[in-house]
Design a binder for this molecule. Sequence first.
Ligand code: FRU
Length: 494
Amino acid sequence: YSEEDLYRPNFHFTPKKAWMNDPNGMFYYNGYYHLYFQYHPDSNVWGPMHWGHAISTDMISWTEQPIAIYPDELGTIFSGSAVVDIGNTSGFGKVSNAAPIVAMYTNHLDKGEGSVNQTQSIAYSHDEGKTFTKYENNPVIDANLKDFRDPKVTWDADRNKWVMVLAADDKIMFYDSKDLKEWKLLSDFKREEGSKDGVWECPDLFKLPVLGTGESKWVLIVSIGKGGPNGGSATQYFIGDFDGTSFVMDKDFETARNKENNFWVDFGRDNYAGVTWSNAKRKDGSKLMLGWMSNWDYAIKVPTETWRSAMTIAREVNLQKDENGYKLLFQPVKELNNYRSIKYKKENISIRGDTKIIDASTMDLASAEIQFNISDVIDKGFTFNLTNKQGDTLAFGYNKADKNFFVDRTKSGKTGFSENFAKGVSVAKRTSLSPDMSGTIILDKTSIELFFDNGETVMTEIFFPNKPYTKLSIIPEAQEFILGSIEMNKLNIN
Ligand code: FRU
């Protein structure tokens, strides 16, 4: 097996070559979803950042494009966002029927001897995001700060203005603007409110309808460099209200959060710096999000040489309110269903010992979507095992004593490249009170994405088997039980 055969994902985005981290500047326009990304084209480790670029008509099948934004005298190009300036508020538009795309990013300037300045700059595009012209009066925000980055701009339709959130070490700063050029500081939201480890990065702010109600709430997303639920970098969220000036956490949400710090976009170790697409309107009001499928704990050491890192599958984000309070739900985007080819379905399988579900002679386990249902889960625990003849095992499932979902990659294949990679088993407390459990499993060559209980608990992890996994089986924790249904779809994506 070559590195390409063994580790290049079948359907998760990777650059053809070199290093990638955060998704940047995601917007939808004229039939295309755009994804820019932190990119170091000259090496397979992090370095002077550029904005790489890829496009897709459905967020699943991506085509890489030439680099969109290069470093300049103001610095290298760190994370940021892009908007479609429909009303030409910036005045950058020139053709009457085409809206300019305006990107806002951080210029990272290393002045030597540990002295760093991070400023915010803008650039506009007249060709739907292929190429950008930098604004002549950059930077548009300079506060002479070292950790001051990742501007995410959003159109505040309630107040007809642009709002921008920015990460500044231990707080998120809120700004507004009428023209994307002049920005006014409105307020900040401090670290006391959230996890205290690591520097805050890559925020996002958006409004979501609460499912099944007439109500809407604001969501603040904040990634943190350290202190994730299972170690390293991870992304947390807050639910509250935004009045055009400041974000205030919802009281009940705050109480729930203080009781149990359980509000993570993903409990797996490999979903970081995720933000949402701008200008992508879904009929149901959901937002679309995607993250970097790695972790700063070991990202520069994962065993691929040609390229490094992939993105997660794009996800729909919804907001639910139930007896537990507010909770975000994440599901793979519906567009993935268009790639289902061959379907296998089994019902009412009695699980006693190690029970084979499917093997590679019927199903490509590196390009699959699997859905299962188990009823009356109260006294049931189980482990799914993905295995190969070499003895590599990726285990995941539900532990009934602790009510934890888990992913165990300690024996999944190559793990020794970093001591941080397979230190332990990742867990996530089950929050759903439903007696029935459902799960969706998305499998690629080097990643698993688990969406439990309708997307209430999500776990995303990467792995590097010595040879492809060839069998999926399930084992009961103690007593035998009936697996209500399991449906498997081969995904045909290239
Ligand atoms: C998050 C991050 C951002 C920064 C970028 C640099 O992973 O540290 O805060 O803009 O990566 O590549």
